[in-house]
Design a protein around this ligand. Structure first.
Ligand code: PEP
Ligand code: MN
Length: 368
């Protein structure tokens, strides 16, 4: 693991346990920007950062592709009314230059750009030596390496304030989500890039405003660090993403309904939590002893197979192990999916160890 992934607190540098980013999918007109700000003030729903798309990466041409540079001038309206940082999406060098010229405070890289290392590198080069926070949305496809790669490209040119945004993954077969969430991925990102701030974008995950609260709550439950929620004064008539945008009033209701959880202050766990953790530590030791014992028997089986010229993989035995253990696991309140993944993992390691044994020389034969 690279050192920089473990060394410091990342994030955008705003002191907030949960960062709230809101604003319209797209800036449309100066009047729209102003109305969104006024309604946010009236609803007491002013976010920490105001978002507005200026260049819109649309899947097919012909729909509204963003208002362009003019929209950046309207960001003054946001500053005037709300006095908060603003963020917009950049997809190429020209976008970066214009956004910097107009004093955009935070940039984000969209999902369709993160998939393309050439485009990400081009943006990174345009940002070399610039002190500006950058948020990187996950790529369209569930590829954690690509996501991390884009963050690394930003870091490599000197961007120190970094955040990631989980906005879900394109899945043609999923009916429930516009972009299916994959909760293990943002969590794994936080595991391997310690201190990385990961924000959730329930608007693009769900694709309709009715489901936003449920997904936002799950993100908070898992321990993600903030929310980006598309907010428009008149969502039904928005020029892009009309179905998923909420009004400032609805934003306020969503934020009030979320049960915000807090990360544990690790130095002071309660006595009860400490006891439970001690019990888990003890069980983990036992699990490791058992696994180690199991694999030493696996090695003996491997040696036996070598002596009798048997193949490592025996389909009938595997099926019997898989079926019987899965049933036993289910009876002990373990999920079928978990049992299958666990057994595949153990079996794969067993097969590798036995095959290694098969390649070892038989100790009794002397070579001349
Ligand atoms: C957006 O935030 O409006 C947007 C285009 O997002 P994504 O890159 O997640 O599709
Ligand atoms: Mn959008």
């Amino acid at each position: 693991m690279k050192d920089h992934l473990q060394t410091k607190d990342w994030g955008l540098g705003l002191e907030k346990e949960h960062l709230i980013i809101a604003g319209p999918c797209s800036a449309e007109t100066p009047e729209q920007v102003e109305k969104v700000c006024q309604d946010m003030l009236a609803a007491n729903a002013v976010p920490d950062i105001f978002r507005a798309g200026i260049w819109k990466p649309r899947t097919r041409p012909g729909s509204f592709e963003g208002i362009g540079e003019d929209g950046l001038k309207w960001m003054e309206i946001v500053r005037h009314h709300l006095n908060i940082p603003i963020t917009t999406e950049v997809g190429n060098t020209a976008h970066v230059e214009m956004a910097l010229k107009h004093g955009v405070d935070v940039l984000w890289i969209g999902a369709r750009t993160t998939v393309n290392p050439f485009a990400v590198q081009e943006i990174a080069e345009a940002l070399r030596g610039v002190d500006i926070p950058v948020m990187v949305k996950n790529p369209m496809n569930p590829d954690l390496e690509l996501w991390i790669g884009a963050l690394e490209r930003m870091h490599a040119v000197g961007i120190e304030k970094l955040a990631a945004i989980h906005r879900g993954f394109s899945d043609a077969y999923d009916k429930k989500f516009r972009n299916k969430p994959n909760w293990s991925m943002p969590i794994h990102l936080k595991r391997i890039w310690k201190g990385m701030q990961v924000i959730n974008d329930p608007s693009h995950i769900v694709g309709n405003r009715a489901g936003i609260l449920e997904t936002a709550q799950r993100a908070i439950n898992f321990g993600l660090d903030g929310l980006m929620i598309e907010t428009h004064h008149d969502p039904d008539n928005a020029w892009s993403d009309a179905k998923q945008q909420v009004t400032p009033k609805q934003l306020k209701d969503i934020l009030d309904s979320i049960d915000f959880k807090h990360p544990l202050q690790t130095e002071h766990p309660s006595e009860k939590l400490q006891d439970l953790r001690n019990a888990v530590d003890h069980l983990d030791d036992q699990l490791l002893d058992l696994l180690s014992e199991r694999f030493s028997i696996i090695d003996q089986i491997g040696a036996h197979k070598r002596e009798h010229n048997l193949t490592v993989f025996q389909a009938d035995r595997w099926k019997q192990v898989m079926d019987s253990r899965t049933q036993k696991g289910i009876a002990k309140n373990l999920s079928e999916k978990f049992m299958k993944e666990l057994l595949y993992c153990i079996h794969e390691e067993s097969v590798k160890r036995q095959e290694k044994k098969l390649r070892e020389e038989v100790p009794t034969k002397k070579t001349i």
